[in-house]
Design a protein around this ligand. Structure first.
Ligand code: TMP
Length: 237
């Protein structure tokens, strides 16, 4: 048996080296954390669902002109992706008020926003991923001004594409988080994942939460919610 080289283990995924220098293998775990790792648990079947759902959405975005790290899915939980240097900025897009936006600004959950909001967060667990401005990102050398513009433009384009996709399966895309990476050629591509771990998704009719908020807020039926979202997406894909 060949011993795999683990390059990195995050809260929800492991990244392994492959025999190609510019390709890595991502393996999705069932582990779930919230509040920067303070709350921990498992969501049975989550790894397989997030891997397959994320790949489906990345393929859809790629068909619509969004460059991504995706190469190919190799099993239920595993995918080959381009090796990238992750840009240490988490890009959040919001269509309705929820989560930290509601808490920080006192806007009730589910208030529609007149236009989508893009926010940047510093990707740093020790600091609790603080919200940052463009000036902070520039001062900390996280990206150039034109890269920040490109991240914002890509995030808004992805929002339009994802909103349409989720609306087709009767889901409201409340908000989501994206990560981008730089390839060896210097191109910035969409990386990480898009799944119920990284999106807030509500049923269009009942507004039932069908995402990781069920885990964060102890709402129960977490596994069912992930399966429901995956079933709806595969049904229209
Ligand atoms: P927030 O309202 O807690 O700032 O979250 C905004 C969106 O980003 C929500 O869809 C959940 C997602 N998110 C992550 O994917 N990872 C994180 O670490 C956090 C805090 C949020």
């Amino acid at each position: 048996m060949t011993v795999e080289t683990l390059l990195y283990e995050g809260k929800a995924k492991k990244v392994y080296a492959t025999d190609k220098a510019d390709v890595v293998k991502v393996s999705y775990k069932d582990d779930a954390t919230a509040f920067n790792g303070v709350k921990r648990g498992q969501i049975v079947g989550k790894g397989a669902i997030n891997n397959q759902m994320s790949n489906l959405l990345f393929a859809y975005l790629s068909e619509n002109g969004v460059p991504t790290h995706l190469i190919e899915q190799i099993s239920e939980r595993e995918t080959l992706v381009k090796k990238v240097d992750i840009v240490p900025i988490e890009v959040v897009v919001r269509n309705l008020a929820a989560g930290s936006f509601s808490k920080r600004l006192g806007v009730p959950e589910s208030t529609p926003l007149p236009r989508p909001i893009v926010e940047f967060y510093l990707k740093d667990d020790e600091l609790g991923d603080p919200l940052i401005t463009d000036d902070h990102a520039l001062a900390l050398n996280l990206a150039t001004a034109s890269e920040l513009d490109a991240l914002r433009a890509q995030a808004l384009r992805i929002n339009e594409l994802l909103q349409a996709k989720f609306a087709a399966c009767q889901l409201i895309l409340v908000d989501f988080k994206l990560e981008f990476g730089k390839t060896s050629d210097g191109d910035i591509v969409l990386a990480d994942e898009i799944s119920p771990d990284t999106c807030r998704l509500w049923d269009m009719e009942t507004r039932k939460k069908l995402d990781k908020d069920r885990f964060r807020q102890d709402l129960g039926n977490v596994e069912d919610a992930y399966q429901e979202v995956y079933a709806r997406i595969t049904a229209i894909s």
